[in-house]
Design a protein around this ligand. Structure first.
Ligand SMILES: *[C@@H]1O[C@H](CO)[C@@H](O)[C@H](O)[C@H]1NC(C)=O
Ligand SMILES: *[C@@H]1O[C@H](CO)[C@@H](O)[C@H](O)[C@H]1NC(C)=O
Ligand SMILES: *[C@@H]1O[C@H](CO)[C@@H](O)[C@H](O)[C@H]1NC(C)=O
Length: 648
């Protein structure tokens, strides 16, 4: 009987595959509203090309999740999975694979178009727009985001034959408007970067800031010899909060005297989207000013690039329009934040191409506008060796993407976590939501706080921004509207690890049942998890120093601290931190300096106030590296694979 039950569906599907065709009427699988700010331009040219990505139902994601949620009290904690082990867990059932292939072939699309991901949980096909429309019974259109001058080809509603609804979870690009592209330093959302020194020639405030950035870095390098740092340098001596440099961060978070011991086995990574790049010449200027040891080692010119889907990490001189769009600022900040702190850990820079180029209404518009997050995930998940920490400073409002997409992307991050990678995101830069935009887009126009994705994904560690020292407080900048983000997901329920010590519950009871009741989802995944400096950070861009704000700075800063903890762990042949949150909420939080001042205002409210303990403005606060390292080294493992497994 048992035997029969297990094998019957497979046999049936196989028989039918050969002899009878499944055919059921199409019905709508997903409909997701076009988010605010996007307008319909016209039908997409039918000969245009689309890289269709079909997410099949995964076999045993729950098993992977169980693995991931373990903390050191579990026998398998720290035993990271290999790429093959992850693939075995999530491989779809035979039934799913056969039925989906049958459907594609019956639709007249050649089997040779089908490309499977290593775990076969995604199918990717290069199709014409008209073939994609035929397959999904939909219409693709061009949508225009005026604020960021972004064009995307999307289909907000699409269908599947009835019998496939339970086998296919997501198809993109369709209804996800996630950060499709953008020349974005100009826009305040979704790009997490705010610039203080800006085009305001004639604005005396801004001119002062230009000079400040220049003179402060000059002053600091005169007063403190970066090659012979006093070992007892404290944050008060190392920091001027008007222009925050790597020296300040290293003193503030306690990494100044740490000597990396395992940098040949340790790596950290950033991801560039939307045509961003890491200008090596700028990075070198930055390191010369703030990390002369790294500059002498030539790291700006040596770090590894991994260019995906036609991306170019541009090093040729910037064009006038790139300068006008401030291209490269985000990419420079991310690389400079990581190298400034975690040198000599190796840096890997992923760049993802395939997005829509800048829109020019006078020219033919190519329609190849891929979905960049998935493109990146498919690429890295197929690799056998991965960097131990990856920082991503790009985000968008959660409701700009359908739940099915957010879920699958988030589960992709879970796979990285299960393989021992710490995945880090910025918490967003508009507090609890930008004034004037705080509406549900589900048709109800419900007034509510906005959530940031992927910060809301429970399988990543989300980093808020702080400013000032002694004490640090929740970062905001009246001049450019930047406010560190935080809140509660509407898509993802609160994960079990956030209940271990009840920190979210206790914040909520302090907040009270009557505050913001209709504005947020009390049961949602709460973020950020932690925080780091994200105000008036000095960067070098186009040969000059600038001050920038944003959780874009906080995420790589925290990632750098994680990279150094991993260094210490690898040196002692212990498992690296991997998916951080279960341990963070169980024990690791003890190594954080609590931030209790400020709030992440927005949506016409004061937002959430920082408070003693965890809060949705600053998480657990900012890292104190010596203690974090100590606690990480002290983790006891109930059982462990031999150490060499790590480097396999
Ligand atoms: C920070 O720099 C500014 C500008 O040079 C200076 O006026 C201020 O005194 C400095 N603050 C500290 C604490 O050194
Ligand atoms: C890179 O930075 C240098 C100055 O360091 C500048 O001359 C060059 O135009 C920049 N290139 C790009 C693509 O931004
Ligand atoms: C829209 O979402 C809000 C909460 O975000 C919910 O209260 C409301 O019922 C939803 N309306 C529809 C039409 O789905």
């Amino acid at each position: 009987m048992m035997h029969h039950r297990i094998f019957a569906p497979i046999v049936l599907a196989t028989l039918c595959f050969a002899s009878c065709a499944h055919s059921t009427p199409y019905s709508i699988k997903e409909r997701h509203p076009v988010p605010d700010g996007w307008s319909l331009l016209r039908r997409a040219p039918r000969q245009g090309e689309i890289k269709l990505q079909i997410g099949l139902k995964q076999g045993q994601f729950h098993e992977l999740e169980r693995h991931l949620n373990e903390d050191p009290s579990h026998t398998r904690y720290g035993q990271y999975l290999t790429a093959d082990e992850v693939s075995d867990l999530i491989r779809p059932s035979e039934d799913t694979l056969l039925l989906v292939q049958e459907w594609i072939e019956q639709s007249g699309i050649g089997a040779e178009k089908i490309v499977f991901s290593p775990a076969s949980d995604w199918i990717t096909m290069d199709l014409s727009v008209s073939d994609a429309e035929m397959l999904l019974h939909t219409e693709y259109s061009e949508f225009w985001h005026a604020e960021s001058k972004t064009l995307a080809v999307r289909a907000p509603e699409w269908s599947l034959p009835g019998h496939l609804h339970s086998h296919i979870e997501s198809v993109q690009p369709t209804s996800s408007f996630f950060h499709a592209a953008g020349l974005a330093a100009k826009i305040e959302f979704p790009r997490s970067l705010y610039v203080d020194r800006d085009e305001g020639a004639g604005n005396p405030d801004i001119k002062d800031l230009n000079q400040l950035a220049e003179s402060l870095s000059g002053e600091l390098s005169q007063s403190i010899d970066l090659d012979n740092l006093p070992s007892d340098l404290n944050a008060r001596q190392a920091c001027n909060t008007s222009a925050v440099t790597p020296l300040c961060i290293r003193a503030l978070y306690g990494t100044l005297t740490y000597e990396a011991q395992a940098s040949d086995q340790n790596a950290m990574a950033i991801v560039n989207y939307a045509g961003e790049f890491n200008n090596r010449s700028d990075i070198d200027l930055f390191l010369k000013a703030f990390r002369p040891d790294a500059a002498r080692a030539g790291v700006a010119f040596n770090f590894q690039e991994d260019n995906i889907a036609g991306a170019v990490n541009q090093q040729s001189p910037a064009t006038a329009s790139q300068l006008a769009e401030k291209m490269g600022r985000e990419g420079n900040l991310d690389a400079q934040a990581l190298l400034g702190l975690a040198f000599p850990t190796a840096l890997i820079s992923y760049s993802v191409g395939g997005e829509a180029p800048a829109f020019d209404p006078d020219k033919y518009t190519p329609t190849n506008t891929n979905e960049p997050f998935l493109t990146w995930l498919h690429h890295v998940l197929a690799q056998k060796e991965l960097p131990q920490v990856i920082s991503t400073s790009y985000g968008d409002i959660e409701q700009t993407v359908p739940y099915s997409y957010a879920k699958r992307v988030c589960e992709g991050f879970a796979q990285l976590g299960a393989r021992g990678v710490t995945v880090i995101f910025g918490a967003g830069d508009s507090g609890v939501g930008k004034d004037g935009y705080c509406r549900s887009n589900n048709g109800s126009e419900n007034y509510e706080f906005l959530t940031s994705f992927p910060a809301s994904c429970p399988y990543g560690t989300s980093v808020g921004a702080t400013r000032n020292i002694e004490p640090e407080e929740v970062a905001h900048n009246e001049r450019n509207g930047f406010v560190s983000g935080g809140g509660f997901s509407r898509y993802f329920p609160r994960p079990a690890y956030q209940d271990v010590h009840g920190v979210v519950e206790s914040y909520l009871s302090r907040l009270g049942a009557d505050t913001y009741t209709s504005l947020y989802n009390r049961q949602g995944r709460a973020y950020p998890d932690v925080a780091a400096q994200g105000y008036r950070r000095v960067i070098v861009w186009n040969g000059e120093k600038f001050l920038v704000d944003g959780t874009s700075a906080s995420a790589p800063t925290f990632a750098a601290v994680v990279a150094l903890v991993n260094d210490a762990l690898i040196a002692e042949r212990k498992p690296v931190l991997g998916f951080l949150n279960p341990w963070l909420y169980q024990k690791g939080f003890e190594a954080f300096t609590d931030v209790t001042k400020g709030s992440n205002k927005g949506c016409g409210t004061d937002g959430y106030f920082a408070a003693a303990g965890w809060d949705p403005a600053s998480g657990f606060g900012t890292p104190w590296f010596p203690r974090l390292k100590e606690l990480a080294l002290e983790r006891k493992f109930r059982s462990q694979r031999p150490w060499y497994w790590l480097f396999k």
